[in-house]
Structure formats: C-alpha cells, structure tokens
Design a protein around this ligand. Structure first.
Ligand code: AMP
Length: 328
C-alpha cells in the first residue's frame, strides 16, 4: 500500500546528508519507538549521513530506551530534511525547530485533522506509527539495514499503541510486521518487564481508582484525578494519567475516561478518552482534542466543563447503544 509515497520518502532520505526526526509532545511508546527506530535504521543503512533526534520531552517509563541527542544550533536545521512521526498536527510537534528544515515529511496514523509537510504518508487504519516504520523497512528490506536495537524500538511502539495487539486496527499485516521485528532478536521478556511491571505504591493508587470510579447512566466509566489525589499518592502527572487503562474492562462501559487536573494557572484538566465498539473521537474534538477513533485526548478548563464533556459522551454512547447490537 502507498508504495509510491514510500518510494518518494526513501528517495528524500537518500538525497539529504542531514536528517532531523521529530515527534509529538507528551511522548508515548509509539512516537518514541518510531522516531528512535527510524533514526537507527537510517543510520545503520547510511552511516555517512547525520541523523538527529532532538527532544527534551521524555517520559519516565520509556527512559529505558535511552536518551536523545544533544541540541544543535538552529543553523544546522536549515539544509536538512525533517521527518515527523506519529503527529497529527503541527501544534503537537515537540521540537519547534521543525519549521527550519528545508523539506518536511509527515508519517502518521492519526485521523488527519490538518495536513502539513511536503510529503504526507498517513494511514489512519494502522495500529501504530511504528507499524508504518516496520512496513517501510519491510518494503525496502533489500536496501535498508536493521538490528536488534532498531527492532526493539519499533516493536515497543507496536506493542504499546495497540494495547498489546488488542485494539481496533490490529490485523494480519500488523502481526506480519511485528514478526519481522521479532525475528531481529527483540528480548520480549525484558521489554514487557520494563513496560508493564508496576510499583507497589502505584497498585495502591489503582485500588483507590477502583474504589472511586463512577459510571454514567448509559455506560461511560470515569474518574477524576484531582491535585489532592495526585499528592496523596505522590504521583507525577504522567503517572496519574496512566490510570486510564484501569477502566478498560468493565462490561457495558464501552467508553471510559480519566480527568487529570494539570495544576496550571488556566485550571486545565487533561482528558484521556477511550472506547470499544463506539468511536469516541467526536467527543474529544468538541473539547480542543482529537486522536484516534477509540483513543483520543482533550482538554477542559473547569470541573463544570468536565461534566459537560461527560454528558456529551453519555449521550453519544446512548445513541450508539440504541442503534447498534453486539456491543459488550
Ligand atoms: P492520550 O490520551 O493523551 O494519550 O491521547 C490519545 C491519542 O490522542 C494519542 O494518539 C494522542 O496523540 C492523541 N491526542 C491527544 N490529545 C490530542 C489533541 N488535543 N489533539 C489531537 N490529538 C490528540
């Protein structure tokens, strides 16, 4: 699929001596895996090229994948190719120096709210951007080089963004691409230990989540994680936000979300919305957000607005349940 665009991307990579790779703010396993994996594949294949990944935004739980490059002067970007992975809109690109690059390529699997870049490769049905990087490698495997390190980065994003190969979007193609990465020697025991073991104290926080969780009339499960709760369990914003997965297995709750108080001057509250069967992104898009059909993010600016979002989500789920069968 999209072989012409992929060919154009490979040609651009060949054409430039210097390449900068970019990803989204509030990074996750997919954008870190895709950016580091692509960087490593390019570097292994073309050792004479300079390939940079400069990003100071780093998630604690992904620290095991290693640090990024040190910043370079703005002048360095000017004659370079930029490749942005896993980022739907320009506002979400983390390193703003992407604007300085001579040409820009977008590789993404989010629903495109906006387009940017000189070459755009978007496949919103892919389960991860890393799956696209694996596919890119597989398409040109006679030319490109890969090793265990690169495959581990790419496999990390495939695993995390697909909920361990569980979410919508996972298909035979995903598994074939994952198999190519595994064949490169990924140590899955170690990888899963890094990604999924939880601290004792964090499980206590989860217990509190289960104690406090609520559900709307039509089946939207939710929890408010305000500053007081974050302080009680000594959680960073990132740790507090990670609890959305705790609500994902309630029968009949086909949408679920967490509201995390950011503690900034604007009183902003991060909302992480998830769903199965029903698509939840239309609700996110009403509240300064977006993302994927069944995994989106949004921001509200008061608890009152949070309640409004919940009411919208509840109505959205009701409409779905009234008009569809077979959901659980
Ligand atoms: P999150 O719950 O923040 O991990 O978001 C779920 C998905 O939606 C991720 O793929 C994010 O990149 C995306 N997303 C989160 N917030 C926004 C936003 N404000 N606009 C567009 N996409 C978003």
């Amino acid at each position: 699929m999209n072989s012409e665009i992929k060919k154009q991307i490979l040609n651009k990579i060949k054409e430039y001596d210097k390449i900068f790779i970019f990803r989204h703010i509030r990074n996750d396993g997919d954008c870190v895996g895709a950016s580091k994996g692509l960087k490593r594949i390019i570097q292994l294949t073309y050792p004479e090229k300079k390939v940079y990944l400069i990003d100071s935004d780093n998630a604690e739980y992904l620290a095991f994948l290693g640090p990024e490059d040190e910043p370079v002067s703005e002048d360095e970007y000017k004659d370079a190719l930029g490749i942005v992975v896993d980022t739907a809109s320009e506002a979400r690109i983390s390193n703003k120096n992407y604007t300085l690059c001579k040409e820009l390529i977008k590789i993404d699997h989010h629903i495109p709210l906006e387009n940017y870049g000189d070459i755009i490769w978007v496949e919103e049905n892919r389960s991860s951007a890393c799956e696209m990087i694996a596919d890119f490698y597989a398409t040109f495997k006679d030319e490109l080089k890969i090793d265990t390190e690169a495959a581990t980065y790419v496999y990390t994003g495939m695993v995390t963004d697909s909920g361990r190969f569980k979410y919508e979007g996972v298909n035979g193609e995903t598994m074939r691409n994952a198999a190519i990465m595994l064949d490169c020697g990924v140590d899955t025991e170690k990888l899963y230990a890094h990604l999924y073991l939880e601290a004792f104290g964090y499980l206590k926080f989860k217990a509190e989540i289960y104690r406090r969780m609520q559900i709307t009339e039509n089946g939207v499960a939710y929890i408010y994680v305000d500053k007081a709760m974050q302080e009680e369990f000594n959680l960073s914003l990132e740790q507090a936000s990670a609890c959305v997965g705790a609500l994902d297995s309630i029968r009949g709750a086909i949408a679920w979300m967490v509201f995390i108080e950011n503690g900034d001057e604007q009183g902003s509250i991060r909302v992480r919305l998830r769903s199965r069967f029903v698509h939840i992104n239309p609700v996110a898009e009403k509240y300064h957000g977006g993302g994927h059909a069944c995994a989106s993010g949004a921001t509200v600016y008061s608890w009152q607005e949070a309640e409004q979002l919940l009411a919208d989500a509840d109505a959205h789920v009701k409409e779905y349940k009234d008009t569809h069968e077979g959901w659980l």
